[in-house]
Design a protein around this ligand. Structure first.
Ligand code: GRF
Length: 196
């Protein structure tokens, strides 16, 4: 399948997907990486791997670029922009997002990046983690594909939790994309079933 990846930051999730397509058995090719931030390392990572890297902030042009590359799967990998209902409709059930918490905790408006992990520390939860989900019209709200957890210990702070969660993100994002490319995911209402 043809994959398009949308990024905003350092691109460690992008790197995980690149590695997954090269060595991890993902039956898909990343055709284009699009960032809404101009000089971000994620675009460098794409260039280093001979993947088309585009800086684009206009959503209509983003959709057109993805269509031009005949993208079958759009991955939001650290993409810090809410996508419009029009975008969701253009790729219905073909957009997945990685969020650094166990949705529905610590998600939605204002919960992104380090803020998520600070809220986890401040609340005093003992377990957090990451979630891969299909994207629908509401932020961080679509059917959940996969989740995994990390412990929050007394000596953890936002930074140490972020580091542990990022590892889990890379793992479950790759596993979810692999399953999508093998057409093993089916959505029934709010629930996603994996047909192994
Ligand atoms: C990180 O906060 C990660 O938890 C979230 O997006 C941010 C950037 O990730 N998914 P990346 O390193 O750019 O993939």
């Amino acid at each position: 399948l043809n994959i398009g990846v949308l990024v905003s930051g350092g691109g460690t999730n992008l790197q995980a997907i690149i590695d997954g397509t090269k060595f991890g058995g993902i039956k898909g090719d990343i055709k284009v990486v699009i960032s809404n931030k101009e000089d971000t390392y994620a675009l460098e990572r794409a260039k280093h791997n001979n993947i088309e890297a585009v800086y684009e902030t206009d959503e209509d042009r983003v959709i057109q670029i993805l269509k031009n590359h005949k993208v079958d799967l759009v991955v939001l990998a650290g993409y810090l922009k809410i996508i419009s209902p029009k975008f969701v409709e253009s790729f219905r059930e073909k957009i997945i997002n990685i969020h650094p918490s166990l949705i529905p905790s610590f998600c939605g408006e204002g919960y992104y990046g380090e803020k998520v992990h600070q809220a986890v520390i401040d609340y005093g939860v003992k377990v957090t983690g990451a979630t891969v989900h299909f994207v629908d019209e509401k932020a961080d709200n679509g059917p959940i594909i996969m989740q995994d957890t990390v412990d929050v210990n007394h000596d953890d702070d936002a930074k140490s939790v972020a580091k542990k969660v990022l590892e889990v993100e890379h793992k479950i994002l790759n596993e979810s994309i692999k399953l999508f490319c093998e057409n093993k995911l089916s959505i029934q209402g709010r629930r996603v079933f994996i047909n192994e």
